[in-house]
Design a protein around this ligand. Sequence first.
Ligand SMILES: NC(=O)c1ccc[n+]([C@@H]2O[C@H](COP(=O)([O-])OP(=O)(O)OC[C@H]3O[C@@H](n4cnc5c(N)ncnc54)[C@H](O)[C@@H]3O)[C@@H](O)[C@H]2O)c1
Length: 252
Amino acid sequence: MTDTTATRVALITGGGGGIGRAACLEFARKGYRIALCDLDLERAESSAQAVRAAGGEAQAWLCDIGESAQVQALLAAVRARFGRLDAAFNNAGQSALRTPLAEIDEADWQRVMRTNIDGNFLLMKYQIRWMLEQGGGCIVNNCSVFGLGGSLSAAYTTSKHALAGLTKSAALSYAGRGIRVNAVCPGLIDAGMGARFIERSPEQLDATLALHPAGRAGSAEEVAQAAVWLCSDEARYIHGHLLAVDGGYGAR
Ligand SMILES: NC(=O)c1ccc[n+]([C@@H]2O[C@H](COP(=O)([O-])OP(=O)(O)OC[C@H]3O[C@@H](n4cnc5c(N)ncnc54)[C@H](O)[C@@H]3O)[C@@H](O)[C@H]2O)c1
């Protein structure tokens, strides 16, 4: 644990999910105080409890990141509770099935875009305003290898490409004003939606793993550690980078 981060605060969205929970624990292990939110308050409270059980400080909030008023209320609550925002891991996301474009239900398309694009836009808008006022900060968005290349899920792939664009655009705008914006791009992770994919489609697992030269799915901790590192001073000259955490998937 480094003393220099002892008073820093990290906000983790989707903190009740597979990667989110690991991120809460990993940021806390590095000395951050943890603010987290999720659509599922019970799971968010459980992650906060896990941080406290490990000796950290954490508070969970219910928040639908697709609603501007809820995002603004969340950040006001974090400010009232912790007073500052050093790192934001914008991790909350909605998955979508491998539905070809012409078969996609329009309401399902909106469900994915509302969280993965609109939600992250709203979070970044208000996080950046706060960080500018504060004099700096770091944002890491949880994108995907499907933000770097195509996949058979048109909705999910489109939303993650948009998030990659938001990441790079925000990095360009704010690099000179003390704010670093980057993303992690996980391959198949054995947690959260990746674990649900493995459970739902065991017959597709071998083919999917064959696309990951490491020969295995990644862990939630491996993604969390990459996000924490991107927020660290060791990564201080890294702006607008889309960091693949993918067992070599993207090296093909
Ligand atoms: N697991 C993988 O294989 C994998 C691979 C690449 C990228 N990702 C990305 O990692 C992130 C975390 O996913 P995960 O695998 O932990 O899945 P997960 O479903 O366990 O976690 C996602 C969390 O986000 C929350 N959430 C969804 N919509 C929300 C909203 N509108 N407001 C607030 N919270 C909301 C969910 O309640 C859930 O707890 C996602 O952005 C996902 O796209 C995951």
